[in-house]
Every structure is written in C-alpha cells, then in structure tokens.
Ligand binder design. Structure first.
Ligand code: CA
Ligand code: CA
Ligand code: CA
Ligand code: CA
Length: 736
C-alpha cells in the first residue's frame, strides 16, 4: 500500500475520482466519490496487487477474488478509508411533461458504488417549488446552494426503501412480482422448475440461491444473523445509465395512474407505481413509490449468476426505457376498447446486445411483445429472439419513435423506433442505423452502406414540416462523422427545395455531411441538437469518448489525438458537399472573427485549456438549444493522474455565432462557460414553469462553504438566457 496524495482539507467533504483504468467493467466510467475527512486528511491509496485487499474491496459477496486477476497496471485508486460511501449520479433529472402530469415533480436516479458486485441504486421523487427550486415532500429545500442534495431532505418516495421493513413502500423479496420470458411470461421465482440450472448458466450455487439473491434475499447472510430469507439491506441495483421514464395513464372515468419505469444493474427493468388520482374535483392524489413489478429480459438469465459469482460490478439493464403511446383517437386517454396501446422498449447498454419490448397498456400486468438480439441465443428452453440483427453492438442507443411512410401514397404510416447500431470498442459491430417496427420488432429499414464506425449514439428524429411523418434522422458515429438519413428528391428524381423531404423511408439513404477531422479520431456518443433556419438546419454537436472519460491526454491509458470540439454546422441537404472543420470558423479564441452565417458553414470551439493545450475536456452528454442559445456540458478529468477527479462545465453559446451570452459571475462581462461542479455533468434539462425558466443539470457539488457543507450528488440550477423579446427558436428533441 502506498500513499501518493495528501490534501489539507480537514472539515469539509472532499471529492475524488476512482479510476479503474483498464479494468473492463469500469473502463467507461469516472466515478466520483465524496469522502468524509472528519479527523484526518484523506489519502489516495494504491492497491495494486494484494489479493487480500482486493477481496475486501470486491469480494463482499463471499466469492474469492482470483489472485492476480487485476494486473498491476490496473491499480485501483482509493481515497481515504470511507472509500465507497459516496452517492453518485450520471443521469439528468427527469421532469414530467407539464401537459400530462399534475403538480411539479422531479425524479432522480442515483447509484452508490459498493464493496461487492452489487451496488446500491435509488430512484427518488422530489417536488418543484413555485420559484423553480427542488423541494422535498415537506416543501423544504432539497438541495444546498451548490446543488448537492441535503442529507435531511425527505423525498416523496425512494426505491431504496423497498428493502426497509419500516417504510411504507417496503416489499419482502418473496412477494415481489418479478417476471421473465421463456416461451411464455413466467414468474421469476425458485419454485418455477422451468428456471433450470442450464437456463441460469450452470451456476456454482444452486438455482434457488441465484433466483433468491436476484429477488433481494440475503442468501449470503451478509449481516451474519443466520437469516437468509430476509431482505438484503439493498435490493435495488445501481441505476448507472438508465434515465427513468414517466407515463401517466389517464382513463375515461377521470382517474389516472402514473408509472415510473427504469432499468438497473440488478438484472431488471423496474415498474414503480408513483401516484394514483381519483376522479373527483379536486382529485385525491395518493403517493405510492411501490414496486408494481419487474421484468428480467430472457437474454440476461444466463448471466444473472455473475451478480454473485462474477468478478466485479456487472451491467444488466443499464439503459433508458422509452414509452410509445399508440393513442388511436389522440385524446390522451388510454382507451383499451379503441385499441390504444402503451409499449415500453429498452436496450441494455453494456449489459448486452438486445432490445426488448413489453406491452404495458395495463400497468399492473405487463405482456411480453418481442425481443431483438445480435444473434440467436435460443435453446435450453429459451425461445429464439423475434428478430436477429447481426450488426448490433452493445445497445447504448435509446429508442427514438416516429411514424414513417412506406409508400409515396401512405397516409397512415407505420410507428417505428430508430436506433444507432450500438457500441463496439473496435468498430467491429454497431455499424448500422435501424428503423424497427414498434409493435412487431421487425426491421423496417436498415442502413449500413459506407459505414466503418459504430453508432452508440441515440439518434435525432426530425419532422421538419410537423405533419406527423418523420422527414429525416441525424446521428454521429465513432469516427467523428455526422450523418443524415433521408431523401431529398421526389419519386420522380426531382430535387426538393430545403426543408422539404421525401417521407417515404424506402427512398432514404444515409450520407455523411460533416467530418470533424480527416483521421476519424473524434467520437460522437450523443445526439446532436437542431434548429431550423431560413434555408438550412443548424446542427449542434460535441465530441468526447464516453468509454475513456478519465483520459486526460497526459498518460498512456488513452491515445492523444487532439482536442475534442463543440461545433455548429450549417446543413442544407447537399448531396455533394461534406463539410470539414476547416470550413468552419475556429472561434476557440473568443476574440476570433465569428462565422458569417448564412454565407459561412458554421463554427467550432476546440476544448483546450487557457494555454491552448488539450487536457482531456470532452462532451459526455447531449446539449440543448433554448432561446437562441446552445447549452452543452463537458467533463475535464484532473490533470494529475495521481489525484483523479475532474470538473464539470456548462457552455452557453449564442447559437449562430458561438459567442458568450451570459454573465455567469455577475462582473458585467459575458462568459461562455461556467464551472458547475465536480464529476461528469448530465445533459441540461429545461424546467419551464409559470414563474420562470431554469436549466437543471445533475452534477456533484463544488465550492464547499458553510452554506454548502456537502459535495455530494445533486442538481445545479442555472438561469438561462431569456430575452425580453420572445425570439422563438424552433427545436426538436423527439416528435412524440
Ligand atoms: Ca441475514
Ligand atoms: Ca385514446
Ligand atoms: Ca414530416
Ligand atoms: Ca461575467
């Protein structure tokens, strides 16, 4: 053990970054932990090769960590003694669509790295005050001035309480409604003989041990009281990269039921009953926060055992579920008699190469619809995937819904979801953009021509003329290329004037319209934002390697290929021009000549430090355009490889010039950028209320003070630019 860092904080909380360079489980994530430095300075301790220490850290579940399994160069940096106590978040807060949900509420997803394979997760609900602050169930402030959550904040409900017998939303592990699918939907419980040892991947332990552990039972007797049937202290697995989805079921009798769906690294998609509303005026609103049910997609059954028997933390349903509401009469009411349907679709990110769909029209009774996988994994009693898409990589790309035409005369259309092909570290898979039929899981259209790089990114679906049919799709790849999918000629081959598009998806092709550099060294992991201008789209984007978030360009753990960029590119549907960085105005220097739009092609900013050096600053979330301003967050890892950590920044850029628009520090000068906290910030989310507009960003707090004694995870609240004249900018995120 070696002490390599020493810091002078004595009374405050100090943030560190835990970096598992090279360890495959952690290669993608910078975890940032808050550490209580109550009586001594925390130290950074290297644990390079001690099997005993590794067992303590990794092997809580009782499975010995194989000696030597972590090579020396993968040294794990551990700050202080209370090393794994911090609560983290990567996910943006989720705000319900104001038009459908009564009351101002906010939902957040957290994770807490643990000592074993199983990490704690928590999805929780707070309120929004009339002045757009986050408040708890008692109306008291839930966050500190620096954004960190207050320890004493009382949420409406938390899923961590499912394990706690003293809480209203407690559930015993034996009573949980957990389902999976073999050849029909079945209950995932040890009495079910269909869940054979082969289906469960021939675990070392018994089938019932694996099943009961996954259900939340204290199978390994972690508290040493000889009771293996009680709940473990934590039964919700970490919610690392899954953004909870909200759906309010409004019924014809005036009642409603709101559900929250999220994936977790406990093997399941979870369905939470949030609130029920009676039909009276005013309605009686009852808060629940209970687990209605959970679903384990069949491709995960073989690997659930890794939760106990595997080496290190595992990914399972580490992706965002999305909801498609087929509302026949478009009245916003779920009328099953009309044939209305609510369909949930979810991928797995690093947990696999599949998507699954459930019919959740009845939120109490999910029905299996279909699944897609990269290969046929049937056999052993498991039904074949509905669709095999061999091009799929790890399914990082969130489904984006749209209705497409399949003939020129089509007036009804087909509901599809678009996905990028997925993540692959060596671009061996994921080289596709695919439209899939929502209801059947069949491939509607697959684009692969000319693709040499993977597409882990979620796509941006655009209906430019707002007629309900998708016009085109934008998405970037891992070679720094921004693509457009669509057709800009009519069925007779005549060019269509911008912004007109041929909505028949069978006429579509994919084209690169912007390349960040000739070496294909930049990577797009997140979708662009788009505004419609007179005669062109302005496409806003940022690059950054989500799989090497801690790369600071100063060590050998990652290759230095020049700075990442934020760019805004003029897109005119030209089939002959590929725009390059040299076509754009380099406005990295704030005094540089701004781009001359519409004559010019746009602008870009190199993410470099004040000396012009690339120090690993990168875009790790999607941006948003709001009132003529492009907002996007970045993460800059600490430059000292011995003291991991990093800075989160928010850029606010005038959308056509890239210039500064806000005076963040109130010194009467405008700045482009604000330091908002430590760790990887989420995307900005706009909170629009009657009294004002805020941008909310999940990040770890910074600038400790008496008023903000915590540096924990929370939500930063930013005042965006709000011009006195309402200059309306049209922007898209989704068409549903
Ligand atoms: Ca026990
Ligand atoms: Ca309806
Ligand atoms: Ca359209
Ligand atoms: Ca200023």
């Amino acid at each position: 053990m070696k002490t390599i860092g020493h810091h002078g904080f004595t009374t405050l909380l100090v943030i560190f970054c835990l970096v598992f360079t090279g360890c495959p489980v952690f290669a993608d994530d910078t975890c940032v932990f808050s550490v209580t430095a109550d009586d001594q300075s925390p130290n950074i301790i290297l644990l390079p090769d001690s099997g005993t220490e590794m067992e303590q850290m990794v092997g809580r579940t009782g499975i010995d960590y194989p000696p030597g399994a972590i090579p020396e160069q993968d040294a794990v940096k551990i700050p202080g003694s209370d090393i794994l106590s911090g609560i983290c978040t990567f996910m943006a807060p989720v705000l319900p669509a104001a038009k459908t949900i009564s009351g101002d509420k906010i939902y957040m997803a957290f994770f807490k790295p643990g000592k074993g394979n199983f990490w704690e997760g928590n999805v929780t609900k707070y309120g929004i005050s009339s002045d757009s602050r986050i408040v708890d169930a008692n109306g008291d402030p839930a966050t500190l001035p620096n954004g960190a959550m207050r320890d004493d904040a009382a949420p409406y409900w938390s899923t961590i309480d499912w394990a706690d017998v003293t809480k209203n939303n407690y559930i015993h592990s034996s009573n949980r409604n957990i389902y999976t699918y073999l050849t029909s939907l079945i209950r995932f419980e040890s009495s079910n003989t269909n869940l054979s040892t082969t289906i469960l991947g021939n675990p070392i332990r018994s089938e019932s041990d694996i099943i009961n552990y996954v259900r939340g039972a204290d199978v390994l007797d972690e508290d040493g009281d000889s009771d293996v049937k009680e709940n473990r202290s934590i039964i919700t697995g970490d919610v690392l990269h899954s953004e909870p989805s909200i759906f309010q079921y409004r019924y014809a009798d005036g009642t409603s039921k709101t559900m929250i769906y999220f994936g977790a690294n406990d093997g399941m998609l979870h369905a939470v009953l949030d609130v029920t509303e009676s039909s009276g005026v005013p309605p009686t609103v009852t808060s629940h926060g209970t687990e209605e049910w959970a679903f384990i997609p069949p491709d995960q059954l073989l690997r659930l055992k890794e939760m106990i028997e595997g080496v290190g933390h595992q990914s399972y349903i580490d992706a965002t579920p999305r909801i498609y509401f087929k509302d026949i009469d478009k009245d916003g009411v779920v009328d099953t008699g009309h044939g209305d349907k609510v369909v949930l679709i979810c991928g797995e990110r690093k947990g696999g190469s599949g998507y699954f769909a459930l019919d959740v029209t009845d939120p109490s009774s999910p029905q299996y619809l279909w699944r897609i996988n990269q290969y046929d994994d049937s056999g052993l009693g498991l039904a074949a995937p509905t669709t095999v898409i061999a091009e799929l990589g790890e399914t990082w790309s969130e489904p984006q819904f749209g209705v497409v035409k399949t003939t020129d005369e089509d007036t009804i259309g087909t509901p599809v979801f678009f996905i990028g092909g997925g993540y692959s570290s060596d671009n061996s898979s994921g080289k596709a953009v695919i439209a899939v039929n929502v209801l059947t899981g069949a491939v509607m259209k697959k684009f692969t021509t000319g693709m040499n790089y993977s597409f882990p990114s979620t796509v941006l679906v655009i209906d430019e003329n707002d007629n309900g049919f998708v016009d085109k799709v934008y998405v970037g790849d891992l070679g720094g290329q921004m693509w457009r999918f669509g057709s800009f000629t009519d069925s007779g081959g005549n060019s269509l004037a911008f912004p007109n598009c041929n909505e028949n998806i069978d006429s579509w092709t994919g084209q690169v319209f912007f390349k960040t550099d000739n070496n294909n060294s930049r990577k797009f992991f997140y979708p662009p934002s788009v505004t419609l201008e007179k005669g062109y789209d302005m496409v806003f984007m940022g690059t950054g390697d989500r799989e090497n978030a801690c790369c600071n360009n100063r060590n050998n753990a990652c290759s230095f290929t020049g700075p990442d960029i934020i760019a805004a590119v003029k897109e005119t549907h030209s089939l002959t021009t590929i725009i390059g960085k040299t076509d754009l105005a380099d406005i990295t220097d704030p005094t540089a000549t701004p781009p001359d739009l519409p004559a010019g092609q746009g602008w870009y900013i190199r993410l470099v430090d004040d000396s012009g050096n690339a120090v690993g600053e990168k875009v790790l979330a999607e941006g948003t355009v709001f009132y003529k301003t492009f907002y996007i967050t970045t993460f800059t890892p600490n430059n000292d490889p011995d003291v991991p950590g990093g800075d989160g920044k928010l850029y606010a850029l005038s959308y056509l010039s890239g210039s500064a628009v806000l005076d963040f520090n109130n010194d009467s000068n405008l700045e482009r950028m604000l330091n908002i906290g430590r760790g990887i910030p989420s995307k900005p989310v706009a909170l629009i209320t009657r009294t004002g507009t805020k941008l909310l960003i999940s990040v770890l707090g910074e600038n400790p003070s008496t008023a903000s004694p915590s540096l924990g995870a929370g939500v930063k609240n930013i005042d965006p630019l709000l011009p006195s004249i309402n200059l309306f900018v049209r922007f898209w995120r989704e068409i549903f």
